[in-house]
Write a protein that binds this ligand. Sequence first.
Ligand SMILES: C[C@H](N)C(=O)N[C@@H](CCC(=O)O)C(=O)O
Ligand SMILES: [Mg+2]
Length: 368
Amino acid sequence: MKIQEIAIGYISIPLVTPFKTALRTVDSVNDLIVKITTDDGTEGFGEAPPTAVITGDTKESIEAAIRYYIAPAIKGMDLEDLPSVMEKMEHCIAKNTSAKAAVDIALYDLYAKLQKRPLFRLLGDGKSDKLKTELETDLTISVNDTEEMVRDSISAIEQGFRILKVKVGKGGEKDVERIREIRRAVGKDVVIRVDANQGWTREEAVSTIRAMEKEDLGIELVEQPVSYHDFKGMQYVTASVETKILADESVFSYEDAVRIMEEHGADLINIKLMKTGGIHEAVRICDAAEEHGISCMIGCMLESKVSVSAGAHLAAGRSIVTMADLDGPSLCREDPYRGGPKFSGSKISMQEEPGIGISHVPVEFVMI
Ligand SMILES: C[C@H](N)C(=O)N[C@@H](CCC(=O)O)C(=O)O
Ligand SMILES: [Mg+2]
């Protein structure tokens, strides 16, 4: 099957409440959607968010990378030789991981449709007994005043979430207060993950995490305590606290992941398709993590159901993925799509439709 047409469009979906991290505040998802059609008329869909503060990718740069570099490089190629298509895409332009992810997701969607199999079954690591048909995602609690975060946490529990991903990174002592009050309000059975989004210095990270340990606040993990390029800082924090440290913004590529694993820059890794440039590189990271015995999370940026579903397929297929931060669709006020995994509160149920499963994408596409 040859790649015949590539088209792009945009989707805009308001969020239930503004999404606030140490890095940014945003109140809607505004993502590029890509549609790729093969010469037999089969369609595959991908998505990319412009998360400039993390990936460096903007709406304009994502569109330009696809229009002027990726599309001309891969059009006409045979999808059955997927590794060659991926290699061509990787080398036609450096970085631009969100643009690559959108195209990679659409190509995997198509590839699995051509095999008439759901993507998660194709991505399985051979341990068929480990394939998951249901995932549990956490829900993000934005960083705000403590009282508001407590209210949001209680509301998340009332909606059925049992895992909270609490955003901090805005003042160490204040962050300890935030987590203390949330723990007090939700009780001891709720899992609390803490994400500092690079908001602390090394020293602040260690003293803040130690304070949470001293108060026995029962934190499952702390995500990206310090700046993404402070590798020594990541090592220092990981070695200085009992709590597990998860690398997010520090790991984009396979090489980043191997360095973190071999040089103890973190205990765990958050794989996101928008950082890896899609499923192809993410699978390599899963393989390496398996070799090193390092558990992974599959996370998302502020994305809607097309690309978050691709992340769900990867999480379901790979046994080394033990945590899901795939709450993009739950943060959106509406779901404009049809088909694909079912997102119902904290539960994501995989379906047996071929490909990723998304069948209706209400976007005006323009051929490029
Ligand atoms: C949405 C998800 N739960 C999340 O928090 N993702 C990122 C931040 C994404 C963004 O700013 O769009 C993370 O840091 O884990
Ligand atoms: Mg994070």
